[in-house]
Design a protein around this ligand. Structure first.
Ligand SMILES: Cc1cc2nc3c(=O)[nH]c(=O)nc-3n(C[C@H](O)[C@H](O)[C@H](O)COP(=O)(O)OP(=O)(O)OC[C@H]3O[C@@H](n4cnc5c(N)ncnc54)[C@H](O)[C@@H]3O)c2cc1C
Length: 265
């Protein structure tokens, strides 16, 4: 089984994140998106039970090597880092187009069976990349898997949404995003950390990829434009507690209107 695990390099959620020109300043205190460790763990467990290869894939700035290094330390066999100045400002559709081109290229050696991702990135947080990637590749996508089972001809997952527990299945090849409920990521020991240093990391730029159709990457092609990014008001006042005795909805609407968030009656 050939598995690609997509990992993202993100500004550390605990660091002092700031915006410049409407975009997040990157490359200062960045690290692997925490939730991607669950995707790596799922990929490694699949390889242990079914054999094959795990390839970590990231699109990001030069420092994104640290994100794939963590995947290599945990046990991935090799890594691909896509870096190119022309990718700056890509939105989720552009990111999916580039990652799909890389997966297609990897599939030229031998078919890729499964692409695993985390459930969301802790910076962009759209959770749309896995679906967009599946759509671009023309493969099914199973998203937000809380359990994950590899079968001979399919992957079956459960997802917990509101009051429902869905069980979904899809045949190979497919894209699957896993949540932090899916498993407990392993902590690599010293030996694995050392071994990772010898594992291959290939760096590809856009010229290494055959992009299918009209290019969607880069800020020019991004369908989404950042209009404003304001620092959030961190005041935590006393608040107002309303005991709902049938008029709670009206009081809430009134409060929102007074605070300038809503109009009308
Ligand atoms: C106008 C605009 C400009 C932007 N400019 C930039 C920019 O200059 N630089 C930048 O880094 N981001 C930029 N972004 C954010 C970027 O588009 C998103 O981070 C990216 O599209 C993925 O979406 P997400 O982070 O919401 O991923 P989600 O869908 O929340 O992520 C789910 C999973 O997908 C995988 N994944 C997501 N992104 C990657 C990746 N890059 N490589 C490998 N796996 C991945 C991970 O496994 C992750 O857990 C911009 C966004 C917009 C709208």
């Amino acid at each position: 089984m050939r598995i690609v695990v997509c990992v993202k390099y993100v500004p550390d959620a605990q660091s002092h994140r700031r915006l410049e020109g409407g975009t997040l300043v990157r490359g200062e205190e960045d690290s692997l998106n925490d939730l991607d460790e669950n995707a790596i763990e799922a990929a490694l467990a699949a390889k242990e039970n079914h054999g094959g290869e795990v390839i970590a894939l990231t699109m990001g700035p030069a420092g994104a090597k640290d994100a794939v290094m963590r995947a290599l330390q945990m046990g991935a066999d090799r890594a691909i880092q896509i870096t190119d100045d022309r990718l700056a400002g890509s939105d989720v559709i552009g990111t999916a187009q580039v990652l799909a081109a890389a997966i297609t290229k990897l599939g030229e050696d031998a078919p890729i069976d499964l692409v695993l991702t985390g459930s969301t990135s802790l910076d962009g947080m759209t959770s749309m990349l896995p679906g967009a990637l599946g759509a671009t590749l023309g493969w099914p996508s199973l998203t937000a898997a809380a359990t994950f089972a590899i079968e001979d001809d399919a992957v079956t997952v459960s997802r917990y949404l509101d009051n429902f527990a869905d069980v979904l299945t899809a045949p190979y090849p497919l894209v699957c995003s896993v949540t932090d409920e899916a498993n407990q990521p392993r902590t690599p020991g010293f030996k694995l950390m050392l071994a990772a240093k010898k594992k291959p990391i290939e760096v590809w730029d856009l010229d290494a990829l055959a992009i299918d159709g009209q290019p969607r990457y880069g800020s020019e092609a991004a369908g989404t434009q950042m209009l404003r990014a304001d620092k959030r008001d961190e005041r935590r006042g006393e608040g107002r507690i309303v005991t709902d005795s049938g008029t709670g909805g009206v009081e809430l609407a009134q409060f929102l209107r007074e605070a300038g968030f809503a109009q009308g009656n």
